[in-house]
Design a protein around this ligand. Structure first.
Ligand code: CDP
Ligand code: MG
Length: 682
């Protein structure tokens, strides 16, 4: 029998309201229509059933089918995630923030309420948040305060095919956490009564490539699901010969498309921010010379160092009579789908982090431009066929494609492990004993343990020390955590926080300009400090703070422009500093302690952190590492470039045709001797 719904009570003398839909609600309706047309929407009910039934699912589907944006919403709407939050992890910060913005819009809520994000040094969520997009690094960090991740009822590990170091660590931990939280239930959710597991955890692994076996094996018995994508044919062209200058070749190919091919946006894959900026400049230069009746060009850069929301124009349709030209790193390969792309130009290059371990502890972190893999090349080409047939122009030969490795090596096999090792030690885990999908090389493990021992984070028994725990509390590389802790003893916390904040910002502080090289070096002179780059940074921060106090926003901007400084880096650093100050407060470190004009305390504090990054002057004018024994040169961009000083500390080594030390300061030899003595005591 049907029950009649009671009629709503009529309000006192209220006139019937004739409401016309607002622009906001029209936008919402359009978004809902887009959602319902995604390839994944057809399988919604079946997917929900599978998620209900299984505790671990592996979901595979082509990029753009709707996995990342829709699955969390399905889980929320179906009530599967009733017990807690849904975490969706991403290897990259910029993907996490832009996805949260999109899903908040689809849910018609303000970002930070029921849909939010959390990435290093930036977060938007509240107690209301149900869907949280976060970097894999952030959730691994949360393990330190909540080892069972009890706030989350579902953890979605997205972009799992990338096998980032943090994703691998997360997957390993999720397996044990699930065993503890779900009691004896097997992966199909069968076994002991649910009552035994008051807060069960569901795990969903998502990937854009179809290679699921490894995940399936790791979570034995996991249910593997496929979403049918919508891929149109893409015509692939290889260049007849290899290109040495791929930025120039990309520019020429772009203009060939622009003049000879019908409308449709162009997506160009480049290895990193510098190449993106240089290509942006040349494309813009030639765009001015185009005939009046041709389409105009709108350039949209897209790379990891962008702040949340900074790249929103990339997702909007190109304005009339305009061709969008998106310059992206491999972030646009699978993490982010950009609508409207019909042409792809693939330089065949990407940047790869690699750690050259030495069992003496003096390993070398490198970031090198290298050839991509066949799997990446296919993903890149696929981006041209999302909405219709497309074209992909590869700036490399067909033979070069065939010579590429099939897929990338997991990051855990090629990255520095010290930061992760320390975090795991904090939760009582040993990386050596963790059940991982792939084990890291023994040499790299050993090298990282030595680094942590030399920093005082571990004792000889490989146990975490009180200093190690404090270091891990800072969302920083262990070396900088160590420098902050040392600054407490040298009474210069204020200054060291200023410097470390700038070093941790994702944008570079100093703007380079080849065209205005003389003006740049003249402007830089004002800040240059005889002790080197760290105190030069401090001079910039102090000068900017003075300007910020007395001048308005536009004058500040102009001051930065005149001095070839990137204001975004300074603003970002100021946010980072606020967060680091909070961490200090939690640890009982007074962040206002300042050493005034003294410089030695600052250098000594940094020296404690950079103890592995010390080099001594050799008779031939080069420097030799104290640990590792490599010969290094001071980078031409350094304030100490043409100075000879007996001993230096440095932030990093860059590996080109030779090894350069970057971020260099001079340090008294006597300090190095003291440091050695200190180490022997511990
Ligand atoms: O995860 P998957 O690659 O399967 O797809 P998705 O990221 O969920 O994207 C589904 C759709 O949402 C795509 O068509 C994107 O163009 C769109 N989207 C968007 O317009 N703006 C964003 N910030 C993210 C996604
Ligand atoms: Mg996705």
């Amino acid at each position: 029998m049907k029950t009649r719904k009671p009629l709503p009570k009529k309000q006192n003398n209220a006139l019937p309201l004739v409401s016309s839909p607002s622009i906001a609600s029209l936008k919402h309706i359009a978004l809902q229509e887009q959602r319902s047309k995604l390839p994944i929407a057809k399988g919604k009910d079946a997917l929900i059933r599978e998620f209900q039934e299984h505790d671990v699912t592996v979901l595979l589907g082509e990029t753009g089918s709707g996995k990342t944006t829709q699955i969390p919403q399905y889980l929320l709407e179906s009530g599967i995630a009733r017990g807690g939050m849904i975490a969706v992890t991403q290897p990259r910060k910029v993907a996490a923030t832009s996805l949260a913005i999109r899903v908040a819009a689809e849910q018609n809520v303000t970002l930070g309420t029921s849909v939010g994000y959390s990435v290093r040094f930036d977060e938007r969520f509240s107690s209301e948040t149900r869907i949280k997009y976060m970097t894999d690094g952030m959730i691994v960090r949360e393990l330190m305060s909540d080892p069972l991740l009890s706030k989350y009822s579902v953890v979605i590990v997205d972009e799992a095919h990338e096998r980032s170091l943090r994703t691998d660590l997360l997957i390993a931990n999720l397996k044990t956490i699930q065993r503890q939280r779900n009691g004896f239930r097997d992966v199909k959710g069968k076994g002991k009564d649910k009552a035994d597991a008051p807060n069960p955890l569901k795990i969903i692994i998502m990937s854009a490539t179809l290679d699921a076996e490894k995940f399936g094996q790791f979570f034995s018995g996991a249910k593997i699901l496929y979403v049918q994508g919508r891929q149109h044919p893409v015509k692939i062209y290889h260049s007849s010969q290899g290109q040495i200058d791929y930025v120039d070749a990309a520019m020429r190919t772009f203009y060939q498309i622009h003049t000879d091919y019908p409308p449709g946006d162009v997506l160009i894959f480049l290895p990193g921010q510098e190449d993106i900026e240089s290509l942006e400049r040349t494309i813009e230069m030639y765009a001015k010379q185009l005939p009046q009746d041709s389409l105009s060009v709108l350039i949209c850069p897209m790379y990891a160092a962008q702040a949340a929301g900074q790249n929103s124009k990339v997702f909007l349709p190109a304005p009339p009579k305009t061709r969008k030209c998106i310059l992206a790193t491999n972030i646009a390969e699978t993490s982010i789908t950009i609508p409207g792309v019909k042409y792809v130009i693939d330089t065949g290059k990407c940047k790869e982090k690699r750690y050259l371990a030495r069992n003496t502890g003096g390993g070398l972190d490198t970031l090198l431009t290298r050839d991509i893999t066949q799997s990446s090349a296919m993903q890149r080409a696929g981006r041209a066929g999302r909405e219709g047939s497309g074209h992909c122009f590869r700036l490399y030969t067909e033979n070069a494609f065939k010579a590429m490795p099939l897929s990338a090596e997991p990051e855990i096999m090629r990255c520095s492990l010290s930061s992760s090792l320390l975090q795991l030690k904090c939760i009582g885990q040993d990386l050596e004993k963790l059940e991982l999908m792939d084990q890291p090389a023994e040499e790299s493990m050993k090298s990282s343990l030595i680094v942590l021992f030399l920093l005082g984070a571990l004792n000889r028994e490989k146990e975490i020390t009180a200093v190690g725990r404090q270091m891990a509390s800072f969302p920083l590389e262990p070396v900088y955590g160590r420098a902050i802790i040392a600054s407490k003893d040298y009474d210069c916390v204020h200054e060291v926080l200023d410097i470390v904040s700038v070093l941790s910002a994702s944008s570079k502080l100093f703007v380079e300009s080849f065209e205005q090289r003389d003006a740049v070096s003249e402007a830089r002179k004002k800040f240059r400090h005889v002790c080197g780059d760290h105190l030069t940074i401090l001079n910039v921060v102090k000068a900017y703070q003075e300007i910020a106090q007395s001048e308005g926003k536009s004058d500040r901007k102009e001051w930065c422009r005149r001095h070839f400084l990137n204001e975004r880096a300074l603003l970002e650093a100021s946010d980072i500093r606020d967060q680091l100050r909070q961490t200090c407060q939690r640890l009982g470190i007074d962040h206002s302690i300042s050493c005034g004009d003294k410089e030695d305390p600052i250098i000594f504090s940094l020296g404690h952190g950079l103890a592995m990054n010390i080099a001594l002057l050799q008779p031939d004018g080069t420097y030799k590492q104290t640990i590792g024994q490599s010969i290094v040169k001071i980078h031409p961009s350094s304030a100490l470039c043409d100075k000879k000083t007996p001993a230096i500390i440095y932030d990093e080594l860059v590996y080109t045709n030779q090894i350069y030390a970057r971020g260099v300061s001079r340090i008294p030899k006597s300090f190095i001797i003291t440091l050695g003595a200190l180490k022997q005591q511990s």
